[in-house]
Design a protein around this ligand. Structure first.
Ligand code: ZN
Length: 252
């Protein structure tokens, strides 16, 4: 019999240069994973782009790019961004080191296949598409190959599962809890969103992430509190738009 080692993955997305949130996630997850996967948007919005990219370059096994990474390294124009995202993108480009800009430039585009799943930033066919509803997810689930994908971009923990032509919306961790497990049967196709580490938008300001184990039919979603005030004062001290600091406390 061939021995296939199980790998326990720590899955992160949308860190958005929030070092305080990343630090809390890594402390919370310590000792519980073998390998780290990131679904893009390392930078943009937050005040610590170099700290986050330096960490990712050293510690993350598999990365894909997000739309903010593309803009920060000059691969995409920022004309589609709103005013505060533009201001943050300009600040990020100016503050990233040349090596870190180059590293962002070299990030692969999703979907990126690995084992029995794929890493996706937005949607399987369009890295910039927001899968925010069951209706929007249906098309993506119909064509999802392999049958399991991890995605980000919406900053909403949970995702969607398709079974017997019905799409189910997966709930995030309840605000009264720190962990929840979602399990599926072999006929189900799943798009799993670990949530955003650095700028959650699902009405829960806690940093979000997930664990997955090779070949498993379940995912564990997690939430952890972090030093929101610290991230906010760094954003204000950097001269970034105050709205980007305020929204962290609200989780939207
Ligand atoms: Zn993002």
């Amino acid at each position: 019999m061939k021995y296939l080692p199980l790998v326990r993955y720590l899955i992160l997305s949308d860190i958005h240069a929030n070092w305080h949130a990343l630090e809390a996630v890594l402390a919370d997850a310590a000792g519980q994973f073998d390998s780290i996967l990131c679904l893009g948007d390392f930078v943009g919005y937050g005040a610590a782009p170099n700290e986050v990219v330096n960490w990712a370059r050293e510690k993350v096994a598999w990365n894909i790019r997000g739309n903010h990474d593309r803009v920060a390294c000059g691969l995409s124009s920022l004309e589609w961004f709103n005013d505060y995202a533009q201001a943050a993108a300009i600040w990020t480009t100016e503050n990233l080191t040349a090596e870190n800009r180059l590293w962002l430039r070299g990030l692969p585009r999703g979907p990126f296949p690995l084992e029995n799943f794929a890493l996706i930033h937005g949607a399987p066919l369009d890295e910039d598409e927001y899968l925010t509803s069951a209706a929007a997810a249906r098309d993506a689930l119909d064509y999802l190959e392999p049958a399991l994908g991890f995605f980000g971009h919406t900053h909403v923990q949970g995702g969607f599962a398709l079974r017997r032509h019905r799409v189910q919306t997966i709930s995030r961790v309840a605000t009264s809890a720190t962990s929840t497990v979602f399990e599926w049967d072999p006929e189900t196709r799943c798009l799993i969103n670990p949530g955003s580490v650095g700028q959650p938008r699902d009405q829960d300001p806690r940093a979000a992430y997930a664990f997955y184990e090779s070949g498993a039919n379940w995912v564990e979603y997690r939430r952890v509190e972090y030093d929101v005030a610290g991230a906010q004062s760094d954003i204000l001290a950097a001269g970034l738009p105050p709205l980007l600091a305020n929204r962290l406390a609200l989780g939207r």
